[in-house]
Design a protein around this ligand. Sequence first.
Ligand code: ZN
Ligand code: ZN
Ligand code: FE
Length: 371
Amino acid sequence: MYVYIRTRMFLMELKLFTFIFLIKRKATKTIKRPFSNNNKIPCDAILLTAGCGLMELRWDPIMAQWIIVSGKRGKRPLLPEGYCPFCPGSKEVPEKGWTVLSLPNAFPALSPNPPLPDVGGDRLYRSMSSKGVCEVLIYTPRHDACLADLTVENVRAVVDLWTQRFEELGKRDYLKYVFIFENKGRIIGVTLDHPHGQLYAFPFIPPIIQKELTNSRKYWKRTGTCLFCRIMEKEIKESSRVVCENGDFVCFLPFFAHWPYGVHIYPKRHVTALTDLEDKEKTSFAQILKTVLRKFENLFNMSFPYMMVLHQRPTDGKSYPYYHFHVEFYPPLREKNKVKYFASVESGSGTVTFDYTPEMKAQELRDTPST
Ligand code: ZN
Ligand code: ZN
Ligand code: FE
């Protein structure tokens, strides 16, 4: 009897295995890759028809990180002059009844239903499907404004939208990290003036977050305390790099700043994500954001370009008691009309050169009005 059952089970497994193998083979066959074999079909035709394999994640085994490859995105069309897809009444944007809005990115790098990747099964050159979510977060119906121009109530609505998107996308089990950010200014490559940010929800924990997690975990294990809390206490105590603060948040240029105006904003209470913030703290967050952004705008009396990123805990279901939510800015200017390039030393050796002192730059920002 036992032998009979074992044999049946073995046969069933074999059938299942053959079935999976055939499906995989079929999937491999149907994928036509624009860069493989002697493909005679012009690339544009493939972009319009197949779609397969034009979107995938490729593993860099040297740097141990995923690269998002999307053949289509490079071909995204330029918008007609004077047309704004984020203004009220545009295609997907309602005419009335909203302050902030999230929309799916029209040219996403990640998708909830991505095409199959190249199933080569090569252990060295691994790939996986670009399963994720890319959204555009519109800050206001007003076209001619920036986050700094909005009322604290409106900035608070943006904070609520961030919280809501983080919470909702964080529940999806294929999303391990919700990355919220804003690119501002032509110099960063932004082509749409309408005030907006974005989010990329990744099926993996991105490497910079991973590095912060590893190091803060080590510190937590060694000292039993939060690395970020200790940094914040030290910055407040030394005060020379503090730009501004309120009851619940502090903004400073860290002792180890990477960018000339690369300020960080920390909540004073140890929280790992926006969802941990209380109502009053979310308003304080909106207030300090507005203050910092006003200072940026007033610094050179111009629309100040920056990259702004929210660093929250991952959403992979694990617990990260040692992580501390914070915001980081990477403004590309080092003086008015002078750009700080992340050139060979920064890009090729991963070592940052800071041509001033963080204390000098913090002083400049402290002295700049926030009106
Ligand atoms: Zn607009
Ligand atoms: Zn902390
Ligand atoms: Fe960080």
